[in-house]
Design a protein around this ligand. Structure first.
Ligand code: UDP
Length: 327
């Protein structure tokens, strides 16, 4: 299949591009490089441009005979989304609307959308199943949920078959440590602890040690990037006969912030200075996925159930790329 990978120069998009190619598909990366890295494209076909550009999207969808679109191009910072909500609605929602309009015009039906566990807000129960109330508590989660609703209603017209994949904590590096995570600024726990282990940061700050969890720190569900991408591939292949697919993508297993720090110390063999600070606003104590729907309906198999193995791949990438991607 010819697949347009929007945001294909970013962390998840670049891993997806590699996996599509390995599985006999023809990925075409679409990116404006506002956040993505040219070095992450790794020789795959590139169409440079902005998702706000309807005419360009129509041209690419037609010229490249695109059969499916995978959409990873979004802003992802919860804190930033609270400071700049309109930017999040513009980039995450309005630009996705433009993309769907271009798909409608060119009759491209298949769409795989990168959604998030943030659509659930502060869940009343864990592990989270897909039917739990969607009550996002920040513009980031709200902008993703708004896209899911838009896809739902567009699918009802018969012009769109879509999969909304709600990620828990994506992490690790794909290709045995070749395709890694390089956000600027970085806010995610694993790369920050690794940076502290490498001596690039003085310490790692634990945001809150008084949560109602076994060690007082937040528990999250860390899912390896290759496992995430394999679920996308399975969803893509199922879209022919399904207008609407919605899945949680997580390991189902929770690790606390302290466990993540200990794992990085073990994998790296380095010490990490820990500073305990106040809670970060908007962090639920525990977020874990019930991914049984993806497992049973897609036949999804997680290759990296163990945090240690996940961290090993991240450690390889960061050790090889201490300054991140060069460009
Ligand atoms: N966290 C932390 N210190 C940091 C970054 C994150 O204690 O410097 C915690 C954060 O509060 C959350 C967990 O680590 O409980 C995972 O945070 P991350 O930002 O990686 O992902 P999120 O769960 O917010 O999507």
């Amino acid at each position: 299949m010819n697949v347009l990978v929007c945001g294909g120069a970013g962390y998840i998009g670049s891993n997806m591009t590699a996996i599509l190619a390995e599985n006999g598909h023809n990925p075409i990366v679409f990116d404006n490089f506002s956040k993505g890295h040219r070095d992450a494209v790794k020789g795959h076909e590139l169409a440079e441009g902005d998702l706000a550009d309807f005419d360009l999207l129509v041209k690419i969808l037609k010229d490249k005979k695109i059969e499916a679109v995978m959409h990873f191009a979004a802003f992802i910072e919860v804190g930033e989304s609270c400071a700049l909500p309109l930017e999040y609605y513009r980039n995450n929602f309005s630009n996705t609307r433009t993309l769907l309009a271009a798909m409608e015009k060119t009759e491209v039906r298949k769409f795989v959308f990168s959604s998030t566990a943030a659509v659930y807000g502060m869940p009343k129960t864990v592990p989270i199943t897909e039917d739990l109330e969607k009550e996002p508590i920040n513009p980031y989660g709200e902008s993703k949920w708004a896209v899911e609703r838009m896809c739902h209603f567009q699918s009802l017209t018969g012009r769109l078959n879509y999969a909304a994949l709600r990620y828990f904590n994506a992490c690790g590096a794909g290709g045995s440590g070749a395709i890694g995570e390089d956000h600027k600024p970085e806010s995610h726990l694993i790369p920050l602890v690794i940076a502290a282990a490498m001596g690039k940061r003085e310490d790692i700050k634990i945001f809150g040690t008084d949560y109602p969890t076994s060690d007082g720190t937040c528990i999250r569900d860390y899912i390896h990037i290759e496992d995430l991408c394999s679920a996308h591939l399975l969803a893509l292949e199922k879209l022919d006969n399904n207008p609407e697919l919605v899945y949680n993508l997580g390991n189902g297993k929770g690790y606390s912030v302290r466990q993540v720090i200990e794992t990085v110390k073990k994998v790296s063999g380095k010490n990490v200075k820990v500073t305990e600070v106040a809670r970060r606003p908007g962090d639920p104590p525990v977020l874990t996925a019930d991914a049984s729907k993806a497992i049973s309906q897609l036949g999804w198999k997680v290759k990296y159930p163990q945090l240690e193995k996940i961290v090993e791949t991240a450690w390889i990438w960061h050790s090889k790329n201490p300054q991140g991607y060069k460009k």
